[in-house]
Design a protein around this ligand. Structure first.
Ligand SMILES: [Zn+2]
Length: 76
């Protein structure tokens, strides 16, 4: 099990290494049931504007989504 301080260090390192997605939007750490992910912010709040849809079409599947810390849950 990874302790919280090491996890926080890891998150900060990854955010520093990859501050922006290839689409130009910033990346941000997000907690998910399976762990902490570094994600493009556009994955969280889809841009429905015309230019946003165009950029999404130009970068299919190209958004940053990287597992930072895997969450290990205790099996019951
Ligand atoms: Zn992106």
């Amino acid at each position: 099990m990874i302790d919280n301080w090491r996890a926080l260090d890891r998150i900060e390192d990854v955010e520093r290494e990859t501050p922006f997605c290839m689409c130009g939007q910033p990346t941000s750490a997000a907690a998910r049931p399976d762990g902490i992910w570094l994600e493009c912010v556009s994955l969280r709040a889809p841009d429905t504007s015309r230019i946003g849809r165009l950029l999404s079409a130009l970068t299919p599947g190209g958004h940053t989504r990287q597992l930072i810390v895997e969450m290990v849950t205790d099996a019951a």
